[in-house]
Ligand binder design. Structure first.
Ligand SMILES: [Zn+2]
Length: 192
């Protein structure tokens, strides 16, 4: 009898775990579905600066959405239909830190450029080589409205250049050196 009770408990636990996992999956899918793709996204629409004191509660949703993507490294507010110059950036998914940039302005673009493959969360499965500055100096406001000026390089600099393009109604596909379409590599590439 004791064994049977134990087995039933195990079954019960497995069932609960399955339900929990399926709820988590559907929650993640729901978050990801909020990213507008090229069909619904007005890529040429320009975003406006946030004014101090304005409601920025949408940022927490942006963070959850970015986190819900498997390889996302950055998300602009316009990608979820909010035409504000706000982006959330996660240059290193392993340390799980998401940086919020409000009204970022690239003050200096390094002269040294490099061409690397880019993808965009709004253009699933489309990747191409884009030339960007290796280093930039960017000024932005934090969520507590602290003004920061930072030097960025490498992937971090590239993501910020990509997101500020989104604010200006420019998408990286317009910047491709040689348009390429790769299918099936979505999970192995970083998207922003
Ligand atoms: Zn993008």
């Amino acid at each position: 009898m004791a064994k049977l009770v134990g087995k039933n408990k195990q079954k019960d636990r497995r069932k609960k775990e399955k339900i929990k996992a399926s709820r988590k999956r559907s929650h993640i899918m729901k978050l990801r579905s909020q990213i507008l793709t090229f069909d619904d996204l007005d890529v040429s629409a320009k975003s406006q600066n946030v004014i101090k004191g304005e409601d920025i509660s949408f940022i927490s949703k942006m963070k959850s959405i970015l986190w819900s993507t498997e390889t996302g490294a950055g998300l602009a507010a316009s990608q979820i239909g909010i035409l504000k110059r706000v982006c959330v950036v996660m240059p290193d998914r392993e340390n799980r830190q998401i940086i919020t940039m409000i009204n970022p302005v690239i003050m200096e673009m390094g002269e040294e450029k490099e061409i690397k493959t880019e993808g965009c969360l709004s253009y699933p499965d489309v990747y191409g080589p884009v030339e960007r500055s290796k280093k930039i100096l960017v000024m932005y406001y934090t969520e507590d409205w602290v003004c920061k000026e930072v030097n960025l390089r490498g992937l971090f600099a590239r993501i910020v250049q990509h997101e500020t393009d989104h604010f200006d109604g420019v998408c990286e596909v317009q910047k491709f050196h040689h348009p390429v379409k790769l299918l099936g590599f979505q999970n192995s590439r970083i998207l922003f």
